[in-house]
Design a protein around this ligand. Structure first.
Ligand SMILES: Cc1ncc(COP(=O)(O)O)c(C=O)c1O
Length: 482
């Protein structure tokens, strides 16, 4: 095995936009790596996910905009790790938080807000006979898995293959290409089925009869559920005695205030909410059937389940933010705004891509409320070099759009300016495609998948250091949400 390390290109043509000075961020970033592994606390925000010519650290954000430490201003479509629905530093939410911090943030017994928010959510969410709170999405997906295992007295968990991320915890991370530190015995307890393919789940039931505790998936991601997929999933899990868990972390609030499952009228046993539900503050919620959730309670005679008991779970800031976010969402009809702005953005990007002759390379997938711009080879597969080149140019025009989270703060002006920036990106990659210079058209490394076993492949065949190298079993383009 050869251990070749090619250096990332140190020179490349300058992007054409005015935003090019990232010196301060670059300098801090170097030191940051010395004191914090990966120089980030969320892998999807890491430097291997963005072009080298991009903001490294954000200083502040307001509405649909953010400013980096070099003072560059960007239209922000990523909105953190998709944690906004109203916009950055949204006044109604911040006011609620300020009021709450004056009342205290963590008490010796449960706070009254824990009760009031629980009443609010049980009333709002048809799926919720009971709720239990967490601070991160992984808190509640992992809690749902634990409850399902206890409730069914089974060990196996079936996860949807096409959905890239459910939890930072071992039951899920053990199944990824970044599983170091997870015993293989744990990883073997998680098995996979395919979206829109009930027969793939049935095959698991045939192979592991009476052993599957939980089936977990995002109810809807990029594809329309076909042939009553969700209804069939509901039926088969009921028949087989598994707990059906819908992960609404991303889909919740985008497709519908109450979750995508409510729009499709299919109700799981447990639903997991987080992210934008509290407009950037830390809050998550497990909602569902009382006979399952009560296993974590005091009013039963079964074996006790240790359910989400943490020092900061009852901290009031996230709870106040959640209540204010959901109120504002309903007051301003934010759901309709997301769908209609999304439709404008999607049709604008598609039109531009056709006009600029890159429709085979800049594609929009997903629903209008949750679209994704995918930069691809002509065969539709993700093209990391072209993606990096495209985004380097778009960023130079002051637009950060690695993924898309439409909020109430994204209006007509932001869409118009974004389309202009995307047009510059499209023109740049058209030229690079035409003169065969894609690999040399941007500075630094191409973006890499989060879930890879090594930072640089031992054979230099990963991370696109040699693009013509054959793909190995460990190569993957999975996962952009960790
Ligand atoms: C669909 C989905 N589920 C669960 C999670 C985990 O949420 P958290 O990062 O808040 O733990 C994520 C995070 O990106 C996610 O995208």
């Amino acid at each position: 095995m050869t251990h070749v390390m090619t250096e990332a290109p140190q020179t490349a043509p300058e992007p054409s936009g005015p935003v090019r000075d990232f010196q301060k961020g670059d300098a801090i970033n170097e030191r940051f790596h010395e004191i914090v592994p990966a120089a980030t606390h969320t892998y999807s925000k890491g430097e291997d996910q963005f072009p080298k010519r991009s903001p490294k650290l954000i200083a502040r954000a307001q509405g649909a905009y953010c400013w980096d430490v070099d003072g560059n201003k960007f239209i922000d479509w990523a909105m953190g790790n998709r944690v906004m629905v109203l916009g950055h530093a949204y006044p109604a939410v911040n006011e609620a938080v300020k009021r709450q911090i004056e009342l205290g943030v963590n008490f010796t017994r449960p706070g009254i807000l824990e009760y009031e928010l629980a009443e609010y959510l049980v009333d709002l969410l048809p799926v919720a006979e009971m709720v239990k709170f967490g601070k991160n999405g992984s808190d509640v997906t992992t809690a749902a898995i634990k409850l399902a295992r206890a409730y069914t007295n089974r060990k196996l968990v079936a996860v949807c293959q096409e959905h890239p991320f459910f939890s930072i915890h071992d039951w899920f991370i053990g199944t990824t290409n970044m599983a170091a530190g997870v015993p293989s015995e744990v990883a073997k307890l998680t098995v996979r089925f395919n979206y829109n393919d009930v027969s793939s789940l049935q095959a698991l039931y045939d192979r592991y009869p009476g052993q599957i505790a939980a089936v977990i998936l995002e109810p809807v991601k990029n594809d329309e559920p076909r042939n009553n997929f969700l209804q069939n999933l509901r039926e088969i899990t009921k028949r087989e005695g598994s707990v059906l868990i819908f992960d609404e972390m991303i889909s919740g609030l985008k497709f519908d205030l109450r979750g995508a499952h409510h729009r499709w009228n299919v109700y799981p046993d447990l639903a997991c909410y987080g992210k934008a539900m509290s407009n950037g503050y830390s809050f998550s919620c497990l909602a569902g059937r009382k006979d399952i959730l009560e296993l974590g309670g005091l009013k039963h005679d079964k074996e006790r389940v240790f359910l989400l008991s943490q020092t900061h779970t009852s901290e009031t800031v996230g709870l106040a933010a959640c209540r204010a976010t959901l109120d504002e969402y309903q007051l301003k009809n934010v759901g309709d705004h997301i769908w209609s702005q999304g439709a404008k953005l999607v049709s604008g990007v598609r039109e531009l891509a056709r006009a600029e002759g890159v429709a085979d390379h800049v594609r929009v997938i997903g629903f209008d409320c949750n679209p994704h711009i995918l930069v691809t080879r002509a065969d539709g597969t993700f093209w990391p070099e072209l993606h990096t080149s495209f985004h380097e140019e778009v960023i130079s025009w002051g637009v950060l759009i690695p993924w898309i989270t439409i909020t109430y703060s994204h209006g007509a002006e932001e869409i118009a300016r974004t389309l202009e920036a995307l047009q510059h990106g499209m023109r740049k990659i058209r030229r690079a495609l035409d003169d065969g210079s894609v690999e040399r058209s941007f500075l630094g490394d191409a973006v890499k998948p989060v879930f890879r076993p090594f930072n640089r492949c031992c054979q230099s065949k990963c991370g696109r250091l040699h693009t013509d190298a054959p793909r190995l079993a460990c190569c993957t383009d999975d996962g952009d949400d960790a």
